[in-house]
Design a protein around this ligand. Structure first.
Ligand code: DGT
Ligand code: CA
Ligand code: CA
Ligand code: ZN
Length: 580
């Protein structure tokens, strides 16, 4: 029987939850399977090892009944309960739940009324106009389903950088502990800091690869070994993503690092430049094309670029989006770095849906070297996030002024809000209240699926309000599952530039919104940006670097980003703006 990865086991429990939900089962029962699946997916160790130790029930959310089903699955390859359930509710119905806008009630409706059990059948029925005739359905909802099916086809199983980076750093650090390893790096899309990662690529320099490969494939978090060779090995981690390790002799390390960092498009351009100089270039070396076959080896990446007559290019730029031309002209941008950031303009506390108090957030921000923060809890209409009524907002202001006075001169706490742009386009607090705040963010959390024109109008209305200083996470995307709202970005960027409204690069790795290309376009149009954590607890203050990497991918210079200003510059900017 084939070994299952943790992710595959988790998928079985999600499937049970999905089928129970379509059947209309008890919500507590459904959630117990759902939570168990999440626990299993997040485990850093192989489930078989935990089972062998008899410790399944020690895991959070895993009681006796679910532990027995895990045991049954790992030993027999199936779960009898799931088999029986599948005879009642077709398994393929669970796939319909993946479509945006299709929940369990609709799945049941389509199945019972039209006998639909697959996505293909649903698509055909929608195209034939059969869905709009069902109760609770209409032309619009039928159209949304077709759009949802199209979006699903484009969705990939790429993983958020927020998940992949800590895992890759752990693997790299473990390798760097080995005496045989001379140096090592993360390569591939992760080194380029793409928002999503297909697989992890790691390179190390060493004379003797065998013990390194052996250690790599026998890690405790390996779900499956996909390859175990002398220069390259591949594993599938229990979390479900793949990691490739390549071991190079140190004198060829630079060439390999350049090649395996990519992107492929960037590599092709490097190869063209090499050919013009009578050199071929592959992952091993430059080779003279004059017939001598003489190799030029590069131990460092800088040497590779030097051979090509280029300055070293930061990995975040290596996408063939003009970086080669800029490098040739000597005009590579000076990119923002994390150490340029002096403040954080977006964070939450226990006043709304944050996990830490104002004092705790502020202390943690100060410890991280920041000079100022803005406390921006949610506004009144966002009930699920415990948004603040006007009374509570004013009480919070008094509290912030009190704590700020205790902080002394070297740290500043400002009072702001993350105010809802309501579904009807109005703002969640009246202007006279906004006028009393130090800093106002306006964000969309509801009505993200409205028509393009309607959403664009809501955003433009907020941008034009003189009390609104910044738009938070513009498109509201969630990586990997939710596309951002559809809006007229060009009109929005132009308006933000005109009104001096800041657009945020939200640093949370699930958001990274503005995305890199919109950020770059915004900078070109003279829009002011800010990079903020949107932290809901003190640990989330550490996501700032993801936002900075995303900005670097968008060619963002430090002076474009308002929170690179030190405290006195920023306070001056605020008071000038507030007295307009
Ligand atoms: P990913 O894993 O899909 O997020 O993206 P990458 O960029 O990490 O791609 P991956 O893992 O397939 O390969 C790592 C790098 O190796 C890639 O960025 C460029 C280089 N590479 C791989 N295959 C080729 C190829 O066929 N031609 C060229 N020029 N470069 C390649
Ligand atoms: Ca990769
Ligand atoms: Ca790879
Ligand atoms: Zn927020």
């Amino acid at each position: 029987m084939a070994r299952l990865t943790n992710r595959e086991v988790a998928a079985k429990f999600d499937l049970i939850a999905d089928l129970l939900q379509i059947r209309g089962d008890n919500i507590f029962r459904i959630n117990s399977y759902r939570n168990a699946a999440q626990t299993i997916r997040d485990l850093p160790r192989d489930l078989y090892a935990i089972q062998a130790e008899g410790r399944l029930t020690e895991l959070p959310d895993i009681g006796g009944a679910i532990a027995a089903k895990i045991e049954e699955l790992l030993t027999t390859g199936e779960i009898k309960f799931l088999k029986e359930l599948a005879e009642e509710v077709p398994v393929s119905l669970a796939e319909l739940l993946q479509i945006n806008g299709v929940g369990p009630k609709k799945v049941k409706l389509f199945w019972e009324e039209l006998g639909i059990t697959t996505i293909d059948q649903l698509k055909a029925a929608a195209e034939a106009g059969q869905l709009q005739k069902l109760s609770g359905m209409g032309k619009k909802s039928e159209q949304k389903i077709l759009e949802g099916i199209a979006a699903l086809a484009n969705r990939t199983n790429r993983i958020s950088i927020g998940v992949a980076l800590p895992i890759a750093l752990q693997i790299l650090n473990d390798l760097l502990q080995m005496p045989q390893v001379i140096k090592g790096d993360i390569a591939g899309s992760l080194r380029r800091r793409r928002a999503t990662i297909g697989d992890i690529d790691i390179l190390v320099a060493a004379e003797d690869a065998a013990p390194i490969m052996d250690a790599f494939v026998s890690r405790s978090d390996v779900g499956r070994v996909l390859g175990h060779g002398p220069t390259k090995s591949s594993i599938e981690l229990v979390q479900g993503l793949q990691a490739d390790l390549r071991v190079l002799p140190p004198e060829r390390y630079g060439t390999a690092l350049s090649y395996f960092t990519g992107s492929q498009a960037h590599n092709i351009r490097l190869r063209e430049l090499a050919l013009k100089q009578g050199l071929s270039l592959n992952e091993h070396a430059f080779t003279k094309t004059d017939g001598s076959n003489e190799e030029i080896l590069c131990a460092t990446e800088a040497e590779v670029y030097e051979v090509l007559g280029l300055p070293w290019i930061p990995p975040e730029l290596r996408e063939d989006r003009g970086e080669i031309e800029a490098a040739l002209r000597g005009e590579l941008p000076t990119l923002i770095t994390e150490s340029d950031i002096c403040g954080d303009l977006h964070m939450h506390t226990t006043w709304s849906d944050g996990k830490n108090s104002i004092e705790e957030m502020v202390t943690a921000a100060k410890e991280r070297g920041l000079q100022y923060v803005v406390i921006t809890d949610h506004s009144q209409s966002l009930g699920i996030a415990n948004g603040l009524s006007v009374e509570r907002l004013l009480a919070q202001q008094a509290e912030i002024r009190r704590i700020n006075a205790l902080m002394g001169e070297d740290f500043h706490i400002l009072h702001g809000t993350e105010m809802e742009i309501r579904a009807d386009g109005t703002l969640d607090y009246p202007d006279e209240i906004l006028a009393q705040l130090d800093f106002v963010i306006a964000s969309l959390h509801v009505g993200l699926r409205q028509e393009r024109d309607q959403i664009t109008k809501r955003i433009l209305n907020a941008i034009q309000n003189p009390h609104v200083d910044m738009i938070g996470h513009l498109r509201g995307r969630l990586i990997p599952e939710r596309e951002g709202a559809d809006m007229d970005i060009d009109a929005i960027l132009a308006s933000a530039a005109k009104h001096g409204t800041i657009l945020e690069i939200n640093a949370n790795p699930r958001r990274l919104d503005l995305d890199e290309s919109h950020a770059r376009h915004a900078q070109d149009l003279g829009v002011r940006l800010a990079i903020n954590t949107d932290a809901h607890d003190t640990a989330q203050l550490d996501v700032m670097h993801f936002g900075v990497s995303n900005a670097r991918r968008g060619w963002i210079r430090p002076e474009t980003v308002i929170n690179t200003q030190d405290a006195s510059q920023f306070l001056n900017w605020l008071s000038a703006r507030n007295h307009l």
